[in-house]
Design a protein around this ligand. Structure first.
Ligand code: FEO
Length: 168
């Protein structure tokens, strides 16, 4: 059984992961509207990853004997000025999520909740990858500097991204 505080914070994390899904869905819509299908595919995969994260927390809370309570999701931003603007926002968002996971780890340590701490380590590692992925594309976009040929080449590269559900 989780402490009341831990159950509440894990529920908030489910909310943050579901919001991430919604946030990236909005970015998929932006790129689809811009006819940049490779970028849209990149966010289609990201949407699936975020649902996976949300469900991993969801299942853990239930498995640990606590209750999941879902709340209203805030509307994501729907207007963006450029691909670089989108990726700056995604990178900032992932740093925010990492900080949120770290706060959960801090609480697990404080409460000597070793089980939840062990569970959270998957997310600590996942966030390294999440931040690196977003930062990697952002750095390329800065180099491209809105050059249409560069954008087209990156769009072709991002079209290849596929969702591989993690095994654990
Ligand atoms: Fe669920 Fe992108 O962190």
């Amino acid at each position: 059984m989780l402490s009341e505080r831990m159950a509440e914070m894990l529920n908030q994390q489910i909310q943050k992961e579901l919001y991430s899904e919604y946030f990236y869905l909005s970015m998929k819509a932006y790129f689809a509207d811009e006819n940049l299908d490779g970028f849209a595919n990149f966010f289609d995969v990201q949407v699936k990853e975020e649902r996976f994260h949300a469900m991993k927390f969801f299942d853990y809370v239930i498995q640990a004997g606590s209750k999941v309570t879902l709340e209203t999701l805030e509307a994501p931003p729907n207007t963006f000025t450029s691909a670089e603007d989108v990726f700056q926002k995604t990178y900032d968002h992932e740093k925010f999520v990492t900080e949120s996971i770290y706060k959960l780890v801090d609480l697990a340590i404080e409460e000597r909740d070793h089980k939840t701490n062990a569970f959270l380590q998957w997310f600590v590692n996942e966030q390294i990858e999440e931040e690196a992925t977003m930062d990697g594309v952002l750095k390329k976009l800065k180099l491209i500097n809105n050059d249409p040929n560069g954008l087209f080449a990156l769009d072709t590269e991002l079209a290849k991204r596929v969702f591989n559900p993690p095994l654990a």
